[in-house]
Design a protein. Sequence first.
Length: 358
Amino acid sequence: MIGSVSHDVIATAASSPVQNHQTPGIGRLENIFDLVLINNLGRNIQFCSKNLDHIALFADTIFPHQDEESQFDLDFHTFLELEGKILAVNHYGLIRLFDQPANFSDFVQPSATNQWLGDVERFAVVEGCLLSTSPQGYSVPDRAQPGVLISAKAIHYLSKLNAEPDLPYKIALQDWGTTTALAVLERQRLLAIAAKNRVGIYSYEMRKEQLTLSSKPIFEFATRFVACLLKFDIDGTLFACGYDPVHAGADHQAWDALAGGGFCLFEHGAVRVEKSFKIDLAWGNGGDPVLLNFDSDTVYGIDKFAGLHSWNMATGEYKLLCESEETQSLGMAHATIVGRTILCGFNRDGYRIHRYRI
């Protein structure tokens, strides 16, 4: 690597009793509590310290003798915190709830399970309710549906393994079509959603443990990109980013077809900053190649070859922080930021994590 930021690569713990033909790579990567959670695709969930010291594994499947099914069972689309526990949802929509880290042993098992719809990419927990973007219907029995899914209080339905009934939900904002991103600002009770290049901000309230959205958006605006990541700052500023809409029709496997795009900041009822990405980031369906640091007004982006880039949110000033020496695409990126360190895995780069010290 060439650049001003140090970079190294760490092998993950990809050992697993689960045997299938999954192409080695990293799925979801998240920082929760004092843990880093790594999805070694088709193999396990690895629980690590923030320094990537190994702690424990979840390495089990409900499809021990089925190749493709076990791959999707161990393909996790989100890790979230739910009332002091860790909630994991896989490609099939199976929800697994893990106890607090203090209770971990070398191998862990979920304390409770339930069911969501399959092939959902973006999730949030809002006052105990699970929210998600649209189910997309890829290799799951659930059909694609428009709108935003909103559950009842999730913890009430996660008391044991194979809990019944399935976690109940309602569908809101169906007129938006297929939603691609969401973000929540609980202190102001705001929900932002995106459907391709359309972004809206709604207010919400809790009524008898049910989350209800306002009938109309407070604000709505269009972007020049397919918005696949939204994030609020604590003051209500909304960040949105994504890839060029010319690639919006690419299928689930066409990660390298996704290119271009940009980001914008929306505050006080108007788009304040718009910036185009001049390099091709490691986009993918559910990928996370962009990270934010609102404190330093910095946007970080990771390209398809593990190069690291930055943009100033206020001015759009661009910097190349770490130039890659890779010559072939590593696939879509899943990244998280831990203090002054960026961690990133790719779905076609083997079982390893790229670490950038910023």
